[in-house]
Unconditional design. Structure first.
Lengths: 755, 168
């Protein structure tokens, strides 16, 4: 049943340019909108004067917070994010008005004429400034800039440090990262004659988007229908901001009674959209002479920016995974989210794990180096194994714990052991050469899906048609990763039908129940399991009603080779015949299935519990060279190994690995969403540098498949594990090449560091 | 000269259209929305089209500078019967597509490369695609796809020319 080549249900549309993204939609009578930024980093007493803008040619309306029938502020956890700000400005990305005009050019011209004045307030620009006593309080709620604090208490590390052979005290930092999806945020909203507002948006979470839209309009969820269309990348980044863009366009459509398009310029996207949280990580690690990690104390601060978004969830994952895939009997961690006047931070692929991994995987190499233990041995001694108890007190006994196997396979594939012996450690191997060589690796485990962070369930609808074709729908969203294709493959296998029989029906928020957001590497495991649940019900229904025709008992009916079979293959029905038979029996060939994630648990006061129902085990290794004269780093090869449970769609799985690694390379070496006085330095791709085709070496993926009992397909997921550990692997390789330890991202080597 | 040829069809450019960027003209006047707008500054390559055999960023070219030229867009790549160009087929087969937003520009850059070099190395391909950003794939399967397309076209002696153009 599996195709030999890559399977994508949307491949033809995308490769011919026919796939319809939001900006490709044009509707007769459509208006265009443009945002107006408040243009302050921190200010109060905001005054908006739109008179001149309103008088400009083609301008139809200028919308501000005063025009909002519902709530101008919304958010996933705290309703603090201003879809339209008023009075107080908290970041350079704050939008205070939306200009609606007959053309896009007219909207942009009028937006430039809106006068915005305010009284500046001293901004808080760094984590340290935010924590100072007497610092201005940024959030609209609460009385402090500390917006979240997670604790993990497992044993008591303090008395253990004294008896350790080695105690490392180190500080690391990671930077803000722009998601840089190739398609900027765009929304087209249409007021429908039955009173519903239709939303076609470049967003990755239709149900989250619907909540933003309904809140701004002050209308019921059933009044808003968000459709799935092609989305040009998300990576966690098309939630809050993309939803706010949809909400603004929807309000404009409501107020004008006409379709409205709001298409973002790249500069607006950079300015306004939330980023990956910058972290500051302080670790104290006590190690025995044999290399066993005996005690850890971690104090971690994440810059939440001006609004909360999902900071409590991002930092929760950092807490649950605060010391990587290692067993430590005495560990305390405190993880804080801190508000500043920087552009807010939120979900991004990896979600609080890449930051801690950057610190932990370097600490392991640093300790190994100090104790003269091999980095692999150091990891092997400490890593989780079958039935290990994690730092959250969770016993790993429900699935195959393949950490060591995954690491061994990657080590073998890249030839780590032999190549490690040839690392330069600052001295070129050949005389007269300036080239330094290093190899490095990192390992991780990643809790699959939401874990104890949220309610985790997903729905699927199978709707058989009279001619034998099948409509499939799930609550998982296609963001480009190939979710629809994976769901289609899983159903085709469950029903034993040809792929051509299954049509993935793009859902809308009015056609299927809210199944949560397509985040947290949960698409394949949750959506796929929901497909299996629905398929089981569907087979049962068909078996019951077709058994007579197949002259067997319902339990003997089987589904394969694109047919439905009775006992001993004596009788069979084509799907066309089967569907006719059900019609004659007045039975609807329809199934609705919901998969509920296995139970998880968490105690907020101790940070102990079964944080996730299963884990993905990963190891990535990299070879690189450093030019001693220039400090330029060149990647030579990368091997990425992941135990993903089961490969559903191999070519697309590889694409997730290569793409995730590449985003990690950007994080390690190139990307830096920096600020000057709270204003972003980068406005477009000339200064914000993404990895290009020439920046990358050839990559090799090592796929390990231990079918996971927690997943009904056996598959776990790959989206985020692929990204979360190449940065520390590169940092370790840079050290092994140069002898220089890079504790801050992005890694930048100056020639004087290498002299 | 007030004409521009797009995918083999000549169009007369109106006076008020001359100052538009080629990207705006293609998307908003010709409704050829397969060419994407990713940055509007010539930095991302999503808007790449092939003008007289060269891959160019349509957001940086005013229509008046392209008068008299022959432009091929993603919509012109398929054959007369709607069959995918070998490059397009290879992108599908190699798993080179994810979100798809960069895909048309990538295909057009690959097309311009294969017009001038029927057997590029992986390094040659990476260099030719340097101006096209992709945030999803890590480029590896895109490079695979271009190699595959070149191989198929060489082995089956298929013309490289886009489907909209007259065959040699």
């Amino acid at each position: 049943m599996r195709p030999d080549t890559a399977f994508r249900n949307d491949a033809r549309a995308k490769v011919t340019g026919r796939a319809t993204y939001a900006d490709d939609i044009s509707i007769a009578g459509m208006l265009h909108a443009a945002p107006v930024y408040a243009d302050y980093v921190s200010a109060k007493d905001l005054v908006i004067d739109a008179a001149e803008a309103l008088a400009s040619p083609g301008c139809v309306r200028v919308i501000t917070a005063a025009d909002v029938p519902g709530s101008a502020r919304f958010g996933q956890i705290e309703k603090d994010y201003p879809i339209f700000c008023s009075g107080r400005v908290r970041s350079y990305g704050d939008v205070c008005a939306l200009v609606v005009a007959e053309t896009r050019a007219a909207a942009k011209a009028a937006a430039a004429l809106v006068r915005v004045t305010a009284t500046p307030v001293r901004p808080v620009l760094t984590i340290d400034e935010a924590l100072e006593p007497g610092a201005p309080v940024v959030p609209s709620y609460g009385e402090t800039n500390v917006v979240t604090h997670h604790r993990l208490r497992h044993g008591d590390p303090e008395p253990v440090f004294a008896g350790c052979e080695l105690v490392l005290e180190e500080e690391f930092s990671t930077q803000a990262i722009e998601h840089a999806y190739m398609e900027p945020e765009t929304a087209v909203c249409v007021p429908r004659s039955d009173g519903v507002v239709e939303v076609y948006g470049s967003m990755q979470h239709p149900f989250s988007t619907r909540r933003f839209v309904a809140a701004l309009l002050g209308e019921s969820l059933s009044n808003v229908e968000v459709y799935t269309i092609a989305v040009g990348g998300g990576f966690g980044g098309k939630d809050d901001t993309a939803a706010a863009v949809c909400a603004r366009a929807a309000l404009a459509a409501r107020l004008t009674g006409r379709p409205v398009k709001l298409r973002y310029d790249r500069e607006w996207s950079f300015r306004e959209s939330y980023k990956r949280h910058p972290y500051r990580l302080r670790y104290k690690v006590g190690v025995s002479s044999e290399g066993r990690v005996l005690a850890v104390k971690a104090t971690i601060h994440a810059d939440s920016g001006a609004y909360l978004s999902v900071t409590p969830w991002v930092t929760w994952r950092s807490t649950a995974q605060c010391f990587g895939p290692y067993v430590v009997d005495a560990i305390h961690a405190d993880v804080y989210g801190v508000a500043t006047n920087n552009v807010f931070t939120g979900a991004m692929r990896g979600f609080g794990a890449p930051q801690v991994n950057f610190a932990v995987e370097q600490l392991m190499d640093m300790a190994a180096h100090e104790l003269k233990i091999h980095p692999l041995g150091m990891r092997r001694i400490n890593m989780v194994k079958q039935d290990s108890v994690t730092v959250t007190g969770q016993k790993l006994d429900g699935h195959v714990v393949s950490m060591e196997d995954v690491m061994n396979r990657v080590v073998h594939e890249i030839g780590y052991r032999k190549k490690y012996e040839h690392c330069s450690f600052g001295t070129p191997s050949e005389e007269g050469s300036d080239e330094l060589y290093g190899i490095g690796l990192a390992i991780s485990y990643r809790g699959a899906s939401l874990g104890a962070e949220g309610m985790d369930f997903c729905s699927c609808i199978i709707n058989g048609q009279y001619d034998g074709s099948i409509l499939l729908e799930t609550g998982i969203h296609e963001n480009g990763q190939g979710a629809e294709s994976a769901m289609t493959l899983i159903l085709a296998e469950e029903l034993g039908v040809d792929l051509s029989r299954v049509r993935y029906k793009r859902s809308s928020t009015s056609s299927i129940p809210d199944s949560g957001t397509t985040v947290a590497t949960r698409g394949t495991i949750m959506g796929g399991s929901a497909v299996v649940v629905a398929a089981r019900q569907y087979r049962e229904l068909l078996s019951r009603h077709l058994a007579d025709r197949l002259r067997c008992r319902p339990e003997d009916v089987t589904f394969h080779d694109d047919k439905i079979w009775g006992l001993n293959y004596e009788y069979s029905l084509s799907w066309e015949e089967a569907m006719r038979e059900l019609f004659l029996q007045r039975v609807t060939p329809y199934a609705f299935g919901t998969f509920q994630a296995p139970p998880v648990s968490w105690d907020d006061t101790t940070g102990q519990g079964d944080a996730y129902f299963t884990y993905v085990y990963s190891c990535q290794a990299v070879e690189l060279t450093v030019d001693r004269k220039t400090g330029k780093i060149r990647l030579r090869s990368i091997v990425a190994g992941h135990d993903i449970g089961k490969a559903v769609n191999r070519a697309l799985l590889l694409g997730q690995v290569y793409g995730g690694v590449t985003q990690g390379v950007g994080m390690a070496l190139m990307e830096d969403f920096a600020y000057e006085g709270g204003r972003p330095v980068c406005e477009n791709f000339d200064s914000y540098l993404l990895p290009r085709a020439t920046d990358l070496p050839e990559m090799t993926a090592v796929i390990v498949e231990n079918h996971d009992p927690a997943s009904l397909t056996g598959a776990k997921g790959i989206g985020e594990p692929a990204l979360e550990l190449i940065a520390p692997a590169i940092a370790n390789a840079v050290y092994n090449a140069t002898g220089v330890r890079c504790r801050d991202l992005p890694i930048r080597l100056r020639p004087e560091d290498l002299a | 000269m007030n004409q521009i040829t797009i995918n083999g069809v000549a169009h007369t450019v109106g006076d008020e259209e001359r100052a538009l960027s080629l990207l705006e003209y293609l998307r908003e006047r010709r409704f050829l929305t397969g060419t994407k707008n990713g940055c509007e500054k010539g930095l991302c390559g999503s808007c790449t089209v092939v003008v007289d055999g060269k891959a160019l960023r349509s957001c940086r070219i005013p229509v008046e500078k392209a008068l008299g030229a022959s432009v091929v867009t993603i919509e012109g790549m398929e054959g007369p019967g709607g069959e995918p160009h070998p490059i397009q087929q290879a992108f599908m087969d190699a798993g080179a597509i994810q979100c798809g937003f960069c895909t048309p520009g990538m295909v057009m850059s690959a097309y311009a490369l294969l017009l001038r070099d029927p057997d590029p190395s992986r390094d040659d391909i990476r260099k030719a695609l340097k101006g096209n950003l992709c945030r999803c794939t890590g480029y590896q399967q895109i490079v695979d796809a271009v190699r595959l397309a070149a191989k198929v076209m060489r082995e089956q002696a298929l013309p490289v020319e886009a489907g909209c153009l007259p065959r040699r």
